[in-house]
Design a protein around this ligand. Structure first.
Ligand code: DQA
Length: 162
């Protein structure tokens, strides 16, 4: 049933955004806090859902350590979301499968990183999705996601042309 056919559904008619977190991001808060900060993934997700409500967007979040599970989740969102926010984590630098599924679903996509990958090892400088996303936000820690959600709000409202 289409969202607009579900009266009373808090997500009805709202633009929907899927936020995908890649491998090891479940360990945020404990993992290399000097690089990634002390905010946990649960805190990030709760904040994004609350901010989504404020901005008039339905936000769903998903984390997996497995490339196939990430591809499956994005495939499942095909035709159902208005924007995708993704931090592919280590898969940023290697995954053709994630690039392909982003192209397959066709929703505008924003790439997020907590750290500024260009201040880090050269292997982190390459992204398999950099040229197919609307934009990339990195280096602001957990705030990178907040900025991405605000950008998604502008994109889904038509204020920013993809
Ligand atoms: C990261 C950067 C990647 O190079 C790394 O593999 C991660 C996190 C970031 O958010 O800064 O796991 O995507």
């Amino acid at each position: 049933m289409a969202r607009e056919d579900r009266p009373g559904d808090p997500g009805a008619n709202l633009p929907s955004v899927l936020v995908v977190h890649g491998p090891n991001l479940n360990l945020l808060g404990e993992r290399e806090p000097e690089v990634y900060g002390r905010t946990t993934l649960k805190d990030i997700d709760e904040h994004l859902i609350a901010l989504g409500r404020e901005l008039g967007m339905a936000v769903e979040t998903f984390q997996s350590n497995s490339e196939g599970a990430i591809v499956d989740r994005i495939q499942a969102a095909r035709g159902k979301i208005h924007a995708l926010i993704i931090n592919p984590a280590a898969y940023t630098h290697t995954s053709v499968a994630i690039r392909d599924v982003i192209l397959a679903i066709g929703a505008p996509c924003i790439e997020v990183h907590l750290s500024n990958v260009y201040k880090r090892e050269p292997m982190r400088h390459h992204s398999t999705i950099a040229d197919i996303v609307v934009g990339r936000i990195m280096g602001f820690g957990a705030e990178s996601y907040t900025l991405a959600l605000r950008a998604a709000a502008r994109i889904t409202s038509g204020a920013t042309r993809a």
